[in-house]
Design a protein around this ligand. Sequence first.
Ligand code: NI
Length: 156
Amino acid sequence: MQASLTVTTNFSAAHRLARPDLDYDTNRTVYGKCARPNGHGHDYLLEVTVVGKVDDQTGMAVELGALHELLRVAVIEPFDHHFLNKDIEYFATTVPTAENIAIYIRNILQAQLPSLGVTLQRIKLHESPNNACEVFATAAIKPERAESARESLAIA
Ligand code: NI
C-alpha cells in the first residue's frame, strides 16, 4: 500500500528580483518593488509531499526524523538566513522568484529523497500569506521500480 506524506518546514531568506541584463527601470516595470537594489526578506514555508510504500511493520512510509534531517541538510541550511542572489550560485543568474526557488528545491529533493525509499510528489513554497508556488515531480524512476530493476539484474 502506498501513501503520500506531507511535512512542513520553514526558512527565512532575502532576495532581489531583477535580471542582470535589464536596466533598473525595466526591472522595476517587470518586478515592481521587488526590484529595489538592496533586496528584501521573506519567511518561507515549505510543504514537501513524498510518496512511499507503507512498511508492514512500522506502518510508516518514511521515518519522519530522517525526512526532516534530509530537508535540513538539503534545503534549510543552504537557504536559511541567506541572501539567495549572492549565496546560492544558481540564483546569481536565475531570478529567485518563488517559482524558480520551488523548481530548484524540487530538483534537489527529487534527486535525494530516493535515498530514504520515497519519491517526491510535489512541493509547495509559501513566500508570504498572499502567494505560494506549487511544483510537481518530473517523471523519475520510483524506488520499487529501481528495486525490481536491481532484482532482475541480480537474477541475470
Ligand atoms: Ni520577495
